[in-house]
Design a protein around this ligand. Structure first.
Ligand code: CA
Ligand code: CA
Length: 313
């Protein structure tokens, strides 16, 4: 299996980045990642004075996927996700919903031991929920820094981005140029006080290309749900986008009528905040697959065109 080490790190998603490796569709790739502080805060006693922000939020990559062309969709199966043994949790910056509460106070940094799927917070063992914070492809235009989420993916900070999930990203440039980083051992929905338990790790991703799906935004799938992930300058903007994108997916790809799709969202669609602390906010819309299937069966009249997988679409 091809392995991308931490010698290959980016701080912005850019079409001019030199690929760390070339892979064929269907191949698995292993990525080793730094934590968001590129390991600079791991030493006991280190402070934010020791952190060089030029090297913040590194992502490992990029990987060039052969035959990926603009308009295609990159399918990314998260087959394995492992985090390191020490996670960093900090509070006291000026950003996040608690910025005012902690204003003028010295930041507090804790190094938490992570083992056997649990995080040791001073003797309280918190079950880990490992997730990928940053995962994205190169945008078509100007480079986008790894702190910002947009339709190329990036710093989406979605708690559902864990082992077993499948992410779909629109391909904007030849080869897609996929990079990944910023793992969290756990993160609360919203990432409200600025970070999760920031940690290095490794992941194995299976990469595939779907030709010209017409879906131009990030989507996630797990055993039980379809999920759209949308960004915006505000939560309102991101929320609106996440709902409309799911509605379009249900109508155009899953074959539901507009009324059924809208009513499904009213009955069982969950609008969730991914994070409120990045340069753009991210919101996701989750719908249960079982109900999509039942709605498709109900609409037998056009069952011939109803789809059950992203690939069929
Ligand atoms: Ca992040
Ligand atoms: Ca992070």
């Amino acid at each position: 299996m091809i392995k991308i080490t931490r010698d290959h790190v980016i701080y912005a998603f850019s079409q001019s980045d030199k690929p760390a490796a070339f892979v064929d569709p269907g191949q698995c790739v292993e990525f080793e990642t730094f934590d968001c502080y590129q390991g600079m805060m791991l030493a006991e006693g280190s402070t934010f004075q020791d952190f060089d922000r030029r090297f913040g939020n590194p992502a490992t990559g990029p990987v060039y996927v052969n035959h990926a062309m603009p308009g295609d969709t990159l399918k990314i199966e998260i087959q394995k996700l492992e985090v390191g043994s020490v996670g960093i949790l900090d509070i006291g910056g000026s950003s996040g919903a608690l910025g005012d509460a902690f204003a003028g106070r010295k930041p507090v940094i804790k190094r938490l031991s992570v083992k056997n799927g649990r995080i040791d917070y001073e003797g309280i063992w918190v079950p880990a929920r490992p997730m990928i914070g940053v995962i994205g492809v190169a945008p078509a235009g100007e480079p986008v820094g790894t702190l910002t989420p947009m339709d190329h993916g990036g710093n989406m900070d979605c708690t559902r981005m864990g082992e077993g999930a499948t992410l779909y990203l629109p391909v904007n440039v030849e080869g897609a140029l996929l990079s990944v980083g910023d793992f969290h051992a756990i993160m609360g929905e919203g990432e409200v006080a600025n970070c999760g338990v920031e940690i290095e790790g490794r992941t194995i991703l299976k990469l595939d290309i779907l030709k010209q799906t017409g879906i131009t935004w990030p989507m996630l799938e797990n055993e039980e749900q379809w999920i759209t992930i949308a960004y915006g300058a505000t939560l309102d903007e991101a929320s609106h986008k996440a709902v409309v994108q799911m509605f379009e997916f249900l109508c155009r790809k899953m074959g539901l009528s507009e009324v059924d799709a809208g009513m499904l969202l009213d009955m069982a669609g969950d609008l969730m905040i991914c994070q409120i602390v990045n340069p753009k906010k991210t919101v996701r819309m989750e719908v249960p697959k079982w109900l999509v299937r039942r709605m498709q069966e109900k609409g037998r009249g056009f069952a011939a065109t109803a789809r059950s997988t992203f690939e069929d679409a």
